[in-house]
Design a protein around this ligand. Sequence first.
Ligand code: PLP
Length: 371
Amino acid sequence: MHYTGLIERYRERLPLPADAQAVALGEGRTPLIELQNIPRDIGFDGRIYVKFEGLNPTGSFKDRGMTVAVSAAKHAGSKAIICASTGNTSAAAAAYAARAGMTAFVLIPEGKIALGKLAQAGISGCEVIQIRGNFDDGMRIVRGLSDAMPITVVNSINPWRLQGQKTAAFEIIEELGRAPDYHCLPVGNAGNISAYWMGYREMGPKAPVELPIAPEHFDYARTQVCDNRPIMCGYQAAGAAPFLRGEPVLAPETIATAIRIGAPQSWDYAQAAVSESGGWFAEFADEDILAAQKLLASREGVFCEPASATSVAGALRDIRQGHIRPGSSVVCTLTGHGLKDPDVAIRQAAADPTVVDAEPAAVEKALQAAL
Ligand SMILES: *Cc1c(COP(=O)(O)O)cnc(C)c1O
């Protein structure tokens, strides 16, 4: 059957009105790639998978939430959407608004957004407003404006976003036949870790005590399809690690711009995900994040953006330190595609390219030198 996107695939698990039409671009159904070389390199006898969300239509997992949020907004008669963004939410909002024939306004931090993301918002013709401030400033402004104007906020404070994003957990369970033992992901605004936990809870067994994680006004079937749930590991960049500090960070800073957030909006949900699952938060220096990004590209052929690699930086360290048990199965979400942030990748690339004359002999000499 023609796959149109995750709304049609999971409609019975999404509390959308039955007559709401899907604004869809074929999002979801992303590959779960088992790492082959890295586990061998580090002597890990379990399995490490990456859920490559960079292969969504606009190159990040944000499409999962956006298809549902924009479909719900359109069904409700909304003409315009707005978001604050570190880049990927704006790219997704711009694309789905274009698809729906709606206007999108996006607030992004001036000078702190990766080039690919800026290109995506620009080409779509949405209204890009660069603010002299960071994501948290943008979020505060968006919250205020949406109270005063008839515009739908499509940040993850919009509960439809988490509803869409939870479907990634469904796909993982379907592919593995069970939930993994550990699920690792980068944490910025903390919506995604909350959404995955919601998804795992809906398909997994009931826990003795459950903290309120799903937006209460939703009521949908929770059919158990597997008998385990993962331990959730939330990884942050050291310069933007409010969950490690136990309070908001006023001036967050990291090269991983997608998680350069100091005041996460889904704070309580993320705390619940980690504590209910028996997981933890940890933080990583920018150098560790970039090293993981390069390792994935050079050892496995998987190119993700810096923020995404935080999940792998964390998993590898926690395997090494024994926090993640030998023999277990680990899924790391790679939240966005490497081409989103070409500047950082080029700066990390190997030495300058070799330049030679366009002669077989000259090329052969270069090959010999490298063999
Ligand atoms: C949005 C985003 C994150 C952070 O997700 P949250 O839900 O805000 O925690 C991580 N990586 C990438 C690439 C993103 O676009």
